[in-house]
Design a protein around this ligand. Structure first.
Ligand code: B12
Ligand code: SF4
Ligand code: SF4
Length: 244
């Protein structure tokens, strides 16, 4: 399947961002457990898959997974990626952004940057030239073909920007140094508004027309309570008290 055909197949389900990375570039970015020699020795290219704007959410809302209680969006993503992977000859392997090997997640942001998804903005998340901060990284396809790769063009949206993201942030955690992720998480625990929307992200001047819908935003902003989240929450709350 050509890159254009792969993109069309993914985009039909809302995964409208897919950029290839040569296997050697991928191997330079990941830990030992994630090397292609261990994950899929025969691969030549890795397709980094994500979504920008609202389309993916709309496709998901119409899917059978939307009524599931546990991780419905991730389960929808997994089905779509598996279906596209199975249509390859030979079938491709997949990895999801939530997968870990040897206790390590994939460095999805580093891989996406290298593939050309954009640059990290002051507001923390990657800023994409067309979709601004309104994108998410969903997973990878490991493919046997050599897909065409182009070095990403330089993109620096924050230099010279008046940075309305900084003043809009409810926790005061966005600065020229980027976002203080522990401070942001602490604010989310203490301020319920940040558990349903991110005013800093919404203030970004790049591509506001692609902003997530309120229900899409609320889904992504919620805190998912798991044992690891509890440990993380305790750590950032204690750190906040010590820093006072
Ligand atoms: C674990 C995780 C978290 C944990 C981090 C806990 C911890 N410190 O270990 C928690 C639950 C707190 C979290 C929160 C968020 N996350 Co997160 N997270 C991940 C995940 C699944 C793994 C990160 C990792 O360990 N990578 C491997 C190591 C080697 O790479 P790393 O870059 O050094 O990892 C560190 C950073 O990624 C950082 N981190 C995690 N999330 C985010 C988000 C932002 C904006 C920043 C600046 C840093 C950051 O924590 C990691 C460990 O220290 C990734 C997906 C992935 N596989 O990368 C998403 C991911 C990085 N998260 C993402 C997002 C959007 C968020 C949130 C904004 C979600 C939200 N709407 O609230 C928040 C913001 C962070 C904050 N303010 O606290 C996106 C970023 C996408 C983008 N467009 O740039 C990712 C890629 C998921 C996705 N589907 O797109 N996250
Ligand atoms: S969620 Fe709240 S604290 Fe975190 S960056 Fe957005 S506005 Fe700031
Ligand atoms: S508002 Fe400006 S400074 Fe803030 S993240 Fe967007 S482009 Fe960067």
């Amino acid at each position: 399947m050509s890159l254009a055909e792969l993109r069309r197949a993914l985009a039909r389900s809302g995964l409208n961002l897919a950029l290839p990375l040569p296997a050697a570039d991928y191997d330079r970015s990941v830990s030992a457990d994630w090397q292609t020699a261990r994950v899929a020795p025969e691969v030549r290219s890795i397709l980094v898959v994500g979504n920008g704007g609202r389309g993916f959410w709309d496709c998901f809302r119409r899917s059978p997974e939307a009524s599931l209680r546990r991780d419905p969006l991730d389960r929808y993503t997994e089905r779509v990626l598996r279906e596209v992977a199975a249509s390859q000859d030979p079938p491709a392997r997949i990895a999801l952004y939530t997968d870990h090997r040897g206790g390590t997640y994939l460095p999805m942001v580093a891989l996406a940057r290298r593939a050309g998804f954009g640059s990290p903005g002051r507001v923390g998340v990657l800023i994409h030239p067309e979709y601004g901060p309104w994108l998410a990284l969903r997973g990878l396809l490991y493919l046997g073909d050599n897909l065409p790769y182009a070095e990403p063009a330089p993109f620096d949206p924050c230099t010279g920007c008046p940075a309305p993201c900084e003043t809009a942030c409810r926790g005061g955690v966005v600065s020229t140094a980027g976002v203080d992720t522990d401070g942001c998480f602490r604010t989310k625990l203490l301020d319920s508004t940040c558990r349903s929307r991110c005013d800093a992200r919404s203030a970004c001047v790049v591509a506001p027309e692609h902003a997530y819908s309120p229900d899409q935003m609320a889904y992504h902003q919620r805190v998912r309570w798991r044992p690891s989240t509890l440990r993380h929450a305790t750590r950032v709350l204690v750190k906040g008290l010590v820093e006072r």
